[in-house]
Design a protein around this ligand. Sequence first.
Ligand code: TYD
Length: 212
Amino acid sequence: MFITLEGPDGSGKTTQARLLAGWLQEQGYPVVLAREPGGTAIGERIREVLHDPTHTGMAPWAEVFLYCAARAQLVAEVIRPALAAGQTVLCDRYADSTLAYQGYGRGLDLEALQRVLSLATGGLTPDLTFCLDISPEEGLARRQRGGEEWNRLDRETVEFHRRVRAGYLELAGREPRRWIVVDAARPVEAVQADLRALLRARWTGGGAPPAL
Ligand code: TYD
């Protein structure tokens, strides 16, 4: 099963992904946790280029192709082999991030982006996508409080982050069978409890696993 976590900056995806992976492992499911951009040696190098705050002049389509290059590597090197071996893959951001940030955020053509994404992923789509929803104000404040390093995209305006959030909600509305939107402006434990319960409900409703 291929699960992705999406959402605006500061929504807590990385913390939630780590906790969810630990829980799945405790349940006996072999899990591979990956993150984007990065997750492979080549991808981590590309991540450095993308996040470098001095790269202020990056052309929007150059940004797309860098994210997609990292993603193509991750799919080939990590995600497809893990799924083929029957493992559960949990990915912290995936193709929907490009639609939300470069499409809705930057205003690039969504259909053109879909074509590029489909080439980069070979058409591999998640079985389930959690959207950790939070307002840009709350999300950015959290990142500041957490003392996290600021990346190039954190410098975007609140308006940009508003479009990203609205974009995520639109994507979720278009494919309600794949997406589940979770209110991420709550304590970590409450969000995690929801994710676990939603995953269990999905399994009992016929989604994979459990089959140990
Ligand atoms: P990261 O440090 O992973 O942030 P977070 O912990 O919030 O996920 O940085 C990822 C940044 O890259 C984030 O601002 C979103 C952006 N991004 C895109 O703009 N497009 C993409 O396709 C991906 C994968 C990420």
